[in-house]
Design a protein around this ligand. Structure first.
Ligand code: HEC
Length: 117
C-alpha cells in the first residue's frame, strides 16, 4: 500500500515538472546551438545580410525577423528552412555558394539562429 502511495507521488511530481521543462523557451543545449549559429552567421553572412535592422545598405537583403514575415525578401515564398539551406549551399546570381566552406550541420545552425531573430 505504501509503495502505491509513493508511486502516485512520483507520478504527480513528474506531471508537474515535465510541462515546466517543456515551457522553458531556451534550454541550455539549445542556447549553445543558437550561439554557435550566431557565430557562424557573423563570420559568413552578416557582411552581406544584416539581421538587426529591417533596411540595410549591405549587398544582400536584410534578414531582420525573417521568420515572422509573410515572404522572403526577394522570393515570393514563405520563409522556410529548406529554401534557405539550399540557397546557402548553392548561392545565387550574386551570392557566393557555401557548399565547400560550410557543412550541412553548420548551415543548419545558421538557420536555427535566423529562426530566433
Ligand atoms: C558576398 C555577399 C553575400 C554573402 C557573404 C552572403 N550572401 Fe546571401 N545573398 C546575397 C545577395 C546579393 C543575395 C540576393 C541576390 C542573389 O540571389 O544572388 C542573397 C540572397 C540570399 C538568400 C535568398 C533571399 C531571398 O529572399 O530569396 C538567402 C536565403 C541567403 N542569401 C542566405 C545567406 C546566408 C545564410 C549566408 C551566410 C552563410 C549568406 N547568404 C551570405 C549576398 C550574400
Amino acid at each position: 500500500m505504501k509503495s502505491a502511495v509513493n508511486l502516485t507521488l512520483i507520478l504527480v511530481a513528474l506531471a508537474v515538472t515535465i510541462p515546466a521543462f517543456a515551457d522553458r523557451p531556451n534550454p541550455a543545449w539549445e542556447k549553445g546551438r543558437i550561439q554557435a549559429g550566431q557565430a557562424l552567421y557573423r563570420s559568413n553572412c552578416v557582411v552581406c545580410h544584416d539581421v538587426d535592422q529591417p533596411k540595410s545598405q549591405k549587398f544582400g537583403p536584410s534578414f531582420h525577423q525573417l521568420f515572422r514575415k509573410e515572404k522572403m525578401p526577394m522570393s515570393a515564398m514563405k520563409p522556410n528552412r529548406d529554401y534557405i539551406k539550399l540557397r546557402t549551399r548553392f548561392g545565387g546570381s550574386f551570392m557566393p555558394a557555401f557548399q565547400k566552406t560550410l557543412t550541412p550541420a553548420q548551415i543548419d545552425l545558421i538557420v536555427d539562429y535566423l529562426q530566433t531573430q
